[in-house]
Design a protein around this ligand. Structure first.
Ligand code: RB5
Length: 159
């Protein structure tokens, strides 16, 4: 799977771990940065870079890491067609894809350990959207919200 990954200084170390881990599992991982630990950098830049990869269909899924995972998820969800979620438990990491078709997993380096983060990433990446009618209906409702309140092109639920 093509996965875009990004992190600010708060998530840089875990991003490096996950990048190498997912590559070893055979995924094509595009690292959008930060490419070095820069204490003054800001998470919205990396959320935007991962979100663009999703919107332009250059990546099927994205992973964002910041200190808590909160800021990265808030910023990523401003982009049409991006459904980002902070998941620090296994159930949410796969169920968020199965039911809600999330396409970006957000993690907090200051919250989860490396081994849990690896497991969360694998469960997220391996999960598939169910396509159930009730979930499609809810995604349609989200798209309507995007159309009404976000004044740019949307990427759609199916990507
Ligand atoms: C950066 O210090 C930190 O605030 C950021 O990585 C993230 O935790 C924000 O939600």
């Amino acid at each position: 799977m093509k996965i875009a990954i990004g992190a600010d200084h708060g998530g840089f170390a875990l991003k490096e771990v996950l990048k190498n881990f997912l590559k070893k599992k055979g995924h094509k991982v595009m690292d959008v940065g930060a490419h070095r630990l820069e204490p003054g950098d800001d998470y919205p830049e990396f959320s935007a870079l991962v979100a663009r990869q999703i919107m332009e269909k250059k990546a099927e899924r994205g992973i964002l890491v910041c200190g808590s995972g909160v800021g990265a998820s808030v910023a990523a969800n401003k982009f049409p067609g991006v459904r980002a979620a902070l998941c620090h438990d296994i159930f949410s990491a796969h169920q968020g894809v199965e039911d809600d078709n999330i396409n970006v997993l957000c993690l907090g380096q200051r919250v989860v350990g490396e081994e849990l983060a690896k497991e969360l990433a694998v469960r997220f990446v391996e999960a598939k959207f169910s396509g159930a009618e009730r979930h499609l209906r809810r995604l349609d409702e989200i798209e309507k919200i995007e159309s009404r309140y976000i004044k740019t092109e949307g990427a759609g639920r199916k990507q």
